[in-house]
Design a binder for this molecule. Structure first.
Ligand code: GDD
Length: 331
């Protein structure tokens, strides 16, 4: 039986990944900076560590005896968080750096780094409904300030650890992952969850208007968590060492996504466009040609279906009076 370490196991993608690895019968070690009571998904039977992976000693401790590592750990969130916490986002470079060093020391077989669509050159994302971003579009480098620079730098560090020390690494660039058991309030939430929450609140409280950041014409593609895990697993298990997009090519404007959520909620609301709020790039989507051809993966869940599942989960959370902000504060 292989031993997997999931770093960032208390977060949204990390939590779902731990569950999947356990369902497959693997031995899983989990690490996260948050106290375990704040993990989105927590499984007692695993070996669970709450510690700061920015510290090398902690990286040495959790990697000892593990074969495969998924590094999902970083300080992140939606536009509202990454535009206002650039230094915090860049400090995640210490996690990747010290994990890579520990992998060499502890002779780990394979290491996965979760990169982001935020590495892509901003010049290619200046219009709405732009062509999907190809992997090569990350260079010449002009990534998202703070968060995107850290991701791009860490991608390269993985590459050089492979070249110089022979460590097997795999890197993917996620495009706005969403789904149940994730952040929908507290300041780190991304657009799909934030807009579900706002529409649910409006409906429950008979309010006729929701706040929308920007003019609603900006575009994105959103990837459902199950697709994210499938793509991740396929790249991890492949012999190919390239960097791949793991995202959806279903590009929609924020207004189109709101239309879908309103249809799910069976409500029609007015939109108060807040032009002074964080907006990020004007247009972004994933070109999946490379991963389709080389890894034979493409997402299966369309946005409407994924939003339905996400909406239902957030609705149940709000109805039961819970909120996730305690899971998502900074440590
Ligand atoms: N978060 C949020 N909340 N965004 C909103 C809202 C709202 O209530 N209303 C409209 N938006 C708009 C934002 O202004 C932005 O233009 C767009 O929806 C998408 O916002 P986010 O989902 O927050 O982020 P993003 O797609 O720009 O970037 C996210 O995905 C990247 C990967 O593709 C971030 O999470 C990055 O950290 C991540 O790397």
């Amino acid at each position: 039986m292989s031993k997997y370490l999931v770093c960032g196991a208390g977060g949204f993608i990390g939590g779902h990944l731990v569950k999947r690895l356990m369902d497959q019968g693997n031995d899983v070690v989990c690490a996260d900076i948050k106290p375990t009571e704040y993990w989105f998904q927590y499984f007692e039977e695993n070996q669970n560590y709450s510690l700061d992976l920015k510290e090398y000693e902690n990286c040495l401790k959790v990697t000892e005896g593990t074969d495969f590592i998924y590094n999902m750990a970083c300080n992140m969130g939606g536009m509202g968080f990454i535009e206002n916490n650039k230094a915090e986002c860049m400090l995640s470079v210490l996690i990747n750096t010290n994990l890579l060093r520990a992998c060499i020391q502890n002779k780990v077989s394979k290491y996965f780094f979760s990169s982001s669509a935020c590495v892509y050159n901003g010049q290619k994302q200046k219009e709405i409904f732009v062509p999907g971003l190809k992997e090569a579009d990350a260079y010449p480098a002009e990534p998202e300030d703070g968060y995107g620079w850290e991701k791009l730098f860490s991608e390269r560090m993985c590459r050089h650890f492979t070249e110089d020390f022979g460590l097997e690494t795999r890197v993917v660039r996620y495009h706005n992952v969403y789904g149940p058991i994730g952040t929908y309030d507290g300041g780190r939430e991304k657009a799909p969850a934030a807009l579900c929450r706002k529409i649910i609140n409006a409906k429950m409280n008979n309010i006729d208007t929701i706040d929308v950041w920007g003019d609603g014409k900006q575009t994105r593609s959103f990837m459902y968590i199950d697709d994210c895990l499938d793509g991740t697993e396929k790249v991890f298990n492949s012999s190919k060492k390239e960097v791949y997009n793991v995202g959806s090519s279903e590009q929609v404007s924020i207004n189109q996504m709101i239309d879908m959520i309103e249809e799910i909620a069976k409500v029609k609301l007015k939109r108060n466009f807040q032009l002074d709020k964080p907006k990020g790039v004007r247009g972004r989507s994933s070109d999946n040609t490379k991963i389709e051809n080389e890894i034979n993966w493409s997402p299966k869940i369309n946005l409407k279906d994924g939003l339905e599942k996400t909406y239902k989960w957030i609705f149940d959370q709000i109805k039961s009076g819970s909120n996730t902000s305690k899971y998502t504060r900074s440590y």
